[in-house]
Design a protein around this ligand. Structure first.
Ligand code: ADP
Length: 220
């Protein structure tokens, strides 16, 4: 049932998050069953998704009838209705769905979903808020935290690194970060090597500990 080639997923809640996710999965060739208690929303996505159904997901019988237990993956995309989100997650766990993704509106909600048995909890508003804070206050052009304490940052090549190979700049020893890729003006990103020479206007992607990445970006 948990075959990697099983491209079927149950998406519960077709709000802004759930519908974007469901549509993108369909674009990527997945078979999506979209479910919402709101008939108007179900109607809206009936043509775009593989299957849609109007159902209250906190109703165990309804979930069984839909065949939720047959799915290897399910997403609980109910954010603002805390109780429904927890109940739905817990029912899917009871039914033995092997991989459950759940959206939380805040950390506390996320912790509860994990305790109930969600395998992956996402916090879109929280994460995006943090990301925008970094972009707004710092000098980074883009920024993503991969794991607690580890980040990728996109930034302009600092003047101190121009005109020499990355090996010569000893950037890793100096800042604790690794230059992963480089984008010349008008070109696209390519891998950086020890022999890469940075030029004025280059945009680079660096990886490292979050505070090192930030310190590096501030030096640009
Ligand atoms: P977003 O912020 O992504 O728009 P919302 O939390 O506002 O997310 O939307 C969640 C969706 O989940 C809504 O469309 C709502 O109708 C649906 N929903 C809420 N409770 C249930 C439930 N018990 N069963 C099925 N769908 C539900």
């Amino acid at each position: 049932r948990d075959r990697p080639d099983d491209k079927r997923v149950l998406v519960i809640g077709l709000g802004r998050f759930g519908s974007s996710l469901a549509l993108e999965l369909v674009n990527r060739g997945w078979e999506v069953l979209g479910l919402d208690s709101n008939p108007r929303l179900v109607q809206t996505y009936a043509d775009a998704l593989t299957h849609t159904v109007v159902a209250d997901v906190t109703d165990e019988e309804a979930l069984k009838q839909i065949g939720a237990a047959q799915y290897a993956r399910a997403v609980v995309a109910i954010g603002s209705h805390l109780e429904e989100s927890i109940l739905a997650t817990s029912l899917l766990v009871d039914m033995g769905v092997p991989s459950i993704w759940a959206k939380a509106t805040n950390r506390r909600h996320g912790r509860i979903l994990e305790q109930v048995g969600a395998d992956h909890v996402v916090l879109p508003e929280h994460d995006m808020g943090e990301r925008v804070a970094h972009l707004l206050s710092g000098r980074m052009l883009d920024y993503v935290v991969l794991d607690a304490g580890f980040a990728l940052g996109k930034t302009r090549a600092p003047r101190s690194l121009l005109g020499r190979t990355l090996r010569e700049t000893r950037v890793r020893q100096q800042y604790g970060i690794t230059v992963v890729s480089v984008k010349r003006v008008g070109a696209s990103f390519t891998y950086a090597t020890q022999e890469t020479v940075l030029h004025k206007g280059d945009v680079i992607v660096v990886a490292g500990r979050t505070d090192d990445v930030e310190r590096f970006a501030e030096s640009t």
